[in-house]
Design a protein around this ligand. Structure first.
Ligand code: UDP
Ligand code: MG
Length: 323
């Protein structure tokens, strides 16, 4: 194996994760004994308001290779991952949750696959323990709906738990979307991709940081960044309704002029008005969603603001420098 293919980082976004940090750091340190390739751990503190920062400093000051990058506020998980990918210096990176839902043992298998020559190794969730029925069903439905909406060959039931090689990281850095959908963009990039099936465990401590509102925002970003099919469906429906309207108008004239019967028609008129009103509002809203995405892009604001960067101990030499 080429020397340059040895250093791996762990990239872990943190949003109010004080409860799970002690366990997380212990598990990482255990894992590093088996896997000395892990030379860097990048924590992105996504505007935590609890003791996340204090905990990280307490736990890792005397350890090697830890980096804590703090955002100026909460920018969201996808941007935390993006910032980490902008900063990573190693030959590969593994993106994972702080809550140990993504087992480190699987991360080890990802490294093995990468060494076989794959550039992207993603985790495929076989089962999801400890998540509500609602979350499991909506997530499953969403991945299938997303696949139907987009022409993107995105693997089903994969999250952001994945390994990316240096060429993929560099390619990702060229993307500049304001509202990135990381797993979609990584699929879009191409390269040699493979998946590992795994059992998604329970969150080890603390509560989920992805409430329904954040999940919906992620789903909207996902769809609007990869598909204009909703807009095309609106057009098709518009054409169909217009054709029906022509038939209706002919019938109205026929009934009025030839049959000479003025139909009472209160119910039918109201149904038509309400239906068309609803459909129009719905599609106006849909156009608004795409418009707001364009608006975000046009403003060209920086995607995230870094307040502070901290590094544990002495900067660790890369393993490849030592051999
Ligand atoms: N996270 C973040 N910013 C947010 C929400 C979540 O950085 O606004 C982090 C969180 O700390 C965790 C990861 O993203 O490391 C995934 O969140 P979580 O495990 O709560 O999501 P779930 O697994 O429940 O979907
Ligand atoms: Mg989680």
């Amino acid at each position: 194996m080429a020397k340059s293919k040895k250093n791996v980082s762990l990239l872990i976004p943190l949003f109010n994760e004080q409860e799970v940090l002690p366990l997380l750091v212990t598990e990482i340190e255990k894992f590093r004994v088996e896997r000395p390739e892990i030379s860097e751990i990048i924590f992105i503190n996504d505007g935590s308001s609890d003791k996340t920062v204090v905990r990280v400093l307490e736990l890792t000051t005397s350890l090697e290779g830890y980096k804590l990058v703090s955002f100026s506020k909460n920018f969201g998980h996808q941007l935390a991952v993006t910032a980490g990918l902008d900063l990573v210096t190693t030959d590969a990176v593994i993106i994972m949750d702080a809550d140990l839902q993504d087992p480190l043992e699987v991360a080890g298998k990802m490294i093995d696959e990468w060494k076989k020559g794959y550039d992207v190794v993603y985790g495929i969730r076989e089962s999801r323990e400890g998540e509500t029925y609602f979350k499991r069903i909506t997530a499953k439905a969403f991945y299938r709906f997303f696949k139907w909406l987009t022409d993107l060959d995105i693997p089903l039931d994969t999250g952001d738990f994945r390994l990316l090689s240096r060429p993929v990281i560099q390619a990702y850095q060229q993307l500049n979307e304001q509202q990135p959908f990381v797993r979609g963009l990584v699929s879009w990039l191409g390269f040699n991709q493979t998946g590992i099936h795994y059992h998604r465990e329970k969150r080890k401590a603390g509560n989920t940081k992805y409430p329904l509102s954040k999940m919906l925002r992620l789903a909207t970003h996902a769809v609007t960044s990869f598909s204009d099919k909703p807009l095309r469906i609106a057009t098709h429906l518009g054409v169909s309704v217009s054709m029906l309207a022509v038939v209706g108008i002919i019938w109205v004239f026929y009934a009025r002029l030839i049959l000479d019967t003025a139909v009472p028609g209160w119910a039918s008129s109201l149904v038509i008005i309400l239906f068309l009103g609803g459909v129009q509002m719905l599609f106006l809203g849909l156009i608004g969603v795409y418009l707001s995405r364009i608006y975000a892009e046009v403003k060209q604001r920086p995607r995230y603001i870094i307040k502070d960067v901290w590094q544990s101990g002495e900067k660790k030499k890369h393993i490849s420098d030592e051999v």
